[in-house]
Design a protein. Structure first.
Length: 334
């Protein structure tokens, strides 16, 4: 069977043998969970008992450190994301799951959609970073000037994650528009929000290209409505994420202090998954400030019955940041 992603099976076996691992914990993102049993069987052939984490995993922010420790795993094999969390608790192997598909057709489809702009910023996820040079050449052939940001926060030049757009932001002033290479709207929406620049998606899975403007406008309208509604709230829940890379206790304390200065009552709530069901268990709370994953606030808003503001949106609400400033640069951290 031809697989879309390179799961580096040979490296998996080699790492087990080299490290003499007896028990490994395999963590896969949702789209790759189905590969778990096959990878676990392979690991067992290589001499290690393998446990597959069946919990949701949406990013490298959610490394299964505590689970690996409690299970006594020798190593974590984390699939689908690049290195993010510096830690020395459990040795961790990142297998990035690079896509084995051509981006040429999708980039060619994107070129007519970029006709109004001459200077283009190129961005992608870790699955396609190895295709950026080819994409750059295609754009140059089409007469474009191309920039690829390397702000140093992501592992690769041009790479973005769901909440890190530092590479896009570092070149935002010098480009007219962005071309995002990858599947789905999630990361492209993030690029558009983080840079306030027109963003086109070149989707190599669907072999087509399309703009993201309408989706971004819808989200912005929705966020403004949430901030306005939260202004009327008296009781706030300040959410502290318990996933290893989402825990921002200081930011939560800062939010609590700022809200209380404005006369709001606050309760700190610690949780792993922010879901409508979890938040509905606190009916006296009128609105929430989310210091964990910002995409829960931005992308899933319609499923929450009460406003769930990001930290920066809370700053707008209390008058410490303007809406224009937030839209210009503030959606993903200060
Ligand atoms: S915090 Fe959210 S957007 Fe950022 S890496 Fe984690 S899951 Fe993705």
């Amino acid at each position: 069977m031809k697989r879309t992603f390179d799961l580096e099976e040979t490296r998996l076996r080699k790492e087990i043998t080299k490290r003499g691992a007896k028990l490994i914990l395999i963590q896969l993102p949702e789209g790759l969970k189905a590969e778990g049993p096959r990878l676990a069987a392979m690991a067992e052939e290589a001499g290690a008992l393998a446990i597959v984490s069946a919990d949701p995993c949406y990013g490298a922010c959610d490394l299964v450190l505590a689970d690996a420790e409690s299970l006594g795993a020798d190593i974590i094999i984390h699939y689908g994301h690049s290195f993010q969390i510096k830690q020395e608790r459990v040795p961790t192997i990142y297998i990035e799951a690079r896509a084995k598909i051509s981006v040429k057709g999708a980039v060619k489809e994107a070129i007519p959609l970029l006709k109004h702009w001459s200077s283009i910023g190129l961005v992608t996820t870790v699955q396609h970073v190895h295709t950026l040079n080819e994409a750059r050449e295609l754009l140059i052939e089409a007469g474009k000037t191309v920039s690829i940001g390397d702000a140093g926060q992501a592992k690769y030049a041009g790479q973005v994650t769901g909440c890190d757009y530092s590479n896009a932001r570092s070149i935002s002033k010098e480009v007219d528009a962005f071309l995002f290479i990858g599947g789905g709207r999630f990361h492209a929406v993030g690029v558009a929000l983080a840079t306030a620049k027109p963003t086109i998606i070149a989707d190599p899975y669907e072999k087509r290209a399309y703009p993201i403007r309408d989706e971004v406008q819808r989200i912005l309208k929705q966020r403004w409505a949430s901030i306005s509604e939260a202004k009327k709230a008296e009781k706030f829940g300040v959410l502290i994420g318990l996933k290893s890379g989402q825990k921002k206790v200081e930011e939560a304390m800062e939010a609590k202090e700022k809200l209380e200065k404005k006369g709001k009552k606050t309760t700190l709530l610690a949780l792993r998954e922010i879901t409508p069901e979890t938040l509905m268990q606190f009916p006296p709370i009128d609105a929430f400030v989310n210091t964990a994953c910002p995409r829960v606030s931005l992308d899933d808003a319609s499923s929450f019955p009460k406003p769930v503001l990001t930290f920066e949106e809370m700053l707008v609400m209390v008058g410490e940041m303007s809406w224009e400033e937030l839209c210009g640069k503030g959606w993903f951290g200060r």
